[in-house]
Design a protein around this ligand. Structure first.
Ligand code: SF4
Length: 220
């Protein structure tokens, strides 16, 4: 498995099936580490967070999940949701899914721009993302929905429309787009939102989740 980093009971894998213009992970160096070796380095963890780039594109993900699950380690899997059949394969092992929403999945032009996909692929991505979330919900998994808040691409109305499609979840995380090289690569036309937008979405999010988390410059 191509790994960017392992530490603090978190695995960051390399490679992704999206091409978000602000991504800081796509160009990062990776190291090939076997699922057994990865599991060995996590032996003291009771729970593990697997994210990255995109875990579901790795052929040996299930092997890693099987080993961790066999050690009674609780697994959280972060994914873009583009591959619902891969999500289905992970169901026996994963306790919680984190689905990152790249952009308004009802506005294909902005979704295509923010995910780096063609319009046709963005349409498939929007369908598959909702399907992946549905699969996880139907199977009783804990779900966190992760929104990257970029001004011009999300507001209260768009947020509500998306959450009406997704339905109630356990947690919503609102992440302030920071346009800072260590968090999000600065991109012309993508600006850091004013924190009042985050607070507005936070209030709306309370209707759809038991817990709302805010990550940004003013709150981590
Ligand atoms: S989904 Fe995440 S890892 Fe993949 S390209 Fe977008 S920002 Fe990068």
């Amino acid at each position: 498995m191509r790994i960017i980093k392992i530490g603090d009971c978190r695995i960051s894998v390399g490679f992704c099936n999206l091409r978000c213009p602000y991504c800081v992970h796509l160009g990062e160096e990776t190291e090939n580490i076997s699922p057994e070796k990865i599991a060995e380095s996590l032996e003291n963890c009771r729970s593990v967070y697997i994210g990255g780039a995109e875990p579901t594109v790795h052929g040996d993900l299930i092997e890693l999940l099987e080993i961790l699950h066999g050690k009674n380690i609780e697994i959280t899997l972060k994914t873009d949701g583009l591959l619902p059949e891969k999500i289905r394969d992970t169901l026996p092992f994963v306790h919680r899914y984190v689905f990152e929403i790249k952009g308004d999945f009802e506005d294909l032009n902005s979704l295509a721009y923010l995910s780096g996909l063609s319009l046709e692929r963005a349409k498939k991505y929007a369908e598959n993302l909702l399907k992946s979330i549905r699969i996880a919900k139907e199977n009783g998994k804990a779900i966190r929905i992760w929104f990257r808040v970029i001004p011009g691409f999300i507001d209260r109305e768009r947020f509500r429309k998306m959450m009406e499609k997704i339905g109630r979840v356990d947690e919503i995380l609102l992440y302030q787009f920071l346009s800072r090289p260590d968090w999000d690569k600065p991109v012309v036309g993508l600006e850091k939102p004013d924190f009042s937008l985050i607070r507005d979405l936070e209030n709306a999010a309370k209707e759809y989740a038991d817990k709302v988390i805010v990550i940004g410059e003013d709150e981590k």
